[in-house]
Design a protein around this ligand. Structure first.
Ligand code: ATP
Length: 562
């Protein structure tokens, strides 16, 4: 064990805002607590890859959709391509944007200068501005024009990079009360006041994520238009949801696979004429757990009843949008089989899916019995699942000291919003009890809790009443708490995909964030494998005088491994 600040261990906390992802220098800087700043300016961007730059300019109408967009978006992407040459723009001047106090945006992923460059209707841009969204992120800059071009897509970009708005905006451009030209200002949501039925179905793997997506829609729609979107999540009162569907006639529904499939099977949710099907966290949705429900959804949403199952018409009826930070090859296969000439949209790249082969996974390599983490090599694509500003460390301790290390870690980093992940629900309570006994406000969040308890806990965490959220995989995907500054793995995640999603709860939208894995000596080899597989440095840490020390040797090793 190191003595205080030896040559082997250098102080870590708040160390270098410039040290990113293994670019560590051998400096030893002593700083207290995490850096605290309020606003940041985004540096001019280096430009993004455009449809034209990859030769997709002419592929504006890849299929014969039965429901083509009636409205040509203002300054549509194809026009932009011709007239400007750089449709998604290169920042020429510095931009400011809203950030949560006490956090700094280090590497904001903004590409275009404004949302108006993306071909969105004016009314929608005005709404965005009102809500403080002025500059699109890179993935939004790439995805919005591609989706407006009627293309089926897989959107893959790291956690917290704004993938929700990346699909929400093109949908709201052509569906619901904010849609362009014909429908502008028509709060009925339909041409000449006529309701068009459900036009977009968004599927998410958990209630929490479903509700979060609904809130994002509501934020953009505004108070007056909130009814255009309805949540259909499991655990909530089904009859009430059915009544609301009848009464409000929403254009967009967001829900979990079970509830959507259930309502669809009972005939209460008519989605045959639906134009958009979005699968958020698609790799999770395609897992075994959701197989039957997802099959029903993929078969029925956006398909006319009686349509020939074997014909291509099932593909032509709807636009399929798949979204995740981690896209294993199984998702590529599903996109090819359920979509029509899908494109892969990443932050700086739009490419045909045909270019992706099983040996080149888009993102993290899929763990399978035959591919142990040790065999997985780091790839540039794997890095794209994790926010660039994240720092990763691990502590070695005995199992009975884990909670104490967690507590000391929180103090050392002065972390205010902490998510601690465990694998077994039963042990969450114990951790909460121990933290509370030491005066640290903590609460548990897991699937065994009722809907009300879950949402109350989440609310308390978000508004700062609770400092530590002790949870399991339920919170690993999609959960957006901008202020979350520390993620702790009290139990090791099962694989690198789970590590990436857990880690992604911090460092959202370019903010700083720290991920600490607390493990036993016998588990260190797993951390090393994760490090290799993800292509990131995960440095060993210890405490000294209440501060975190990082092993300089480990940092060097990690850096060279990348
Ligand atoms: N252009 C933007 N300007 C400012 N804030 C934005 C912008 N786009 C998205 N955000 C905000 O960034 C946060 C993260 O967005 P979002 O949850 O969509 O990320 P994500 O990529 O889907 O993450 P995950 O992979 O974890 O689900 C949200 O709070 C969202 O409101």
């Amino acid at each position: 064990m190191p003595t205080l600040i030896t040559s082997r261990f250098l102080l870590l906390v708040g160390e270098s805002l410039h040290m990113r992802r293994g670019l560590a220098t051998s400096r030893s800087v002593l700083l207290h607590t995490s850096s605290v700043q309020c606003m940041s300016q985004v540096e001019p961007h280096h430009g993004s890859v455009t449809l034209s730059s990859i030769g997709l300019q002419t592929e504006t109408e890849p299929r014969n959709r039965s429901k083509t967009n009636k409205v040509k978006p203002l300054g549509s992407p194809s026009e932009n391509l011709k007239s400007k040459g750089k449709p998604f723009g290169i920042n020429e001047k510095k931009k400011t944007f809203r950030v949560v106090e006490k956090q700094q945006i280090e590497s904001a992923p903004f590409a275009a200068n404004s949302f108006s460059e993306l071909g969105l209707p004016l009314v929608l841009i005005e709404r965005l501005e009102k809500e403080g969204f002025t500059v699109p992120t890179e993935v939004q800059s790439a995805a919005v024009p591609t989706i407006l071009n009627n293309r089926d897509v897989i959107i893959q970009s790291y956690t917290g990079s704004g993938k929700t708005l990346a699909y929400l905006l093109p949908i709201l451009s052509v569906v619901g009360p904010l849609r362009g030209e014909i429908g502008e200002g028509d709060s009925d949501g339909g041409e000449c006041g006529k309701k068009l039925g459900i036009e977009a179905v968004i599927v998410a793997p958990s209630r929490e994520l479903g509700m979060q997506i609904v809130r994002e829609f509501e934020k953009v729609l505004g108070m007056d238009n909130k009814r255009a979107v309805q949540q259909l999540v499991g655990g909530a009162n089904r009859t009430r949801q059915e009544d609301a569907l009848k009464k409000n006639k929403p254009a967009i529904v967001v829900g979990t696979p079970g509830r959507i499939a259930e309502l669809s099977a009972s005939g209460k949710l008519r989605t045959h004429s639906c134009r958009f099907l979005v699968l958020d966290e698609v790799d999770e949705l395609l897992s075994f757990n959701f197989r039957e429900d997802m099959h029903r959804i993929l078969e029925h949403v956006g398909r006319r009843s009686g349509a020939d199952q074997n014909s291509d018409s099932r593909k032509a009826e709807r636009q399929l949008i798949m979204v995740s930070a981690t896209v294993p090859f199984s998702v590529v296969r599903a996109a090819r089989s359920w979509g029509c000439d899908p494109l892969l949209v990443q932050a700086k790249k739009v490419a045909p899916l045909g270019t992706v082969s099983p040996s080149e996974p888009i993102s993290l390599s899929q763990s399978s019995p035959s591919s142990s983490p040790s065999l997985a090599m780091p790839s540039p694509a794997a890095v794209e699942s994790l926010p660039p500003a994240l720092k990763h460390y691990y502590f070695v301790t005995r199992v009975q000291h884990k909670v104490d290390v967690l507590r000391r870690c929180i103090h050392a980093l002065d972390a205010k919003f902490v998510i601690a992940f465990m694998n077994h629900t039963k042990q969450l309570k114990d951790v909460v009890f121990k933290l509370e006994a030491r005066g640290m406000k903590a609460m548990e969040l897991h699937g065994d809790l009722g809907k009300l308890a879950r949402s109350t806990t989440l609310k308390k965490f978000k508004n700062g009443e609770v400092r530590v959220l002790v949870t399991n995989e339920l919170s690993a995907r999609g959960l957006d708490v901008a202020e979350c500054d520390l993620v702790v793995n009290l139990d090791l995640p099962t694989d690198s995909i789970h590590y990436a999603h857990r880690a992604g709860r911090t460092g959202r939208l370019g903010r700083n964030g720290t991920v600490v894995t607390i493990c036993e000596e016998s588990e260190v080899f797993v951390v090393k494998k994760l490090q290799k597989q993800l292509g990131i440095p995960i440095a060993s840490c210890d405490f000294a005088e209440g501060k975190l020390l990082v092993s300089e040797e480990e940092k060097t090793v990690s850096t060279s491994e990348r």
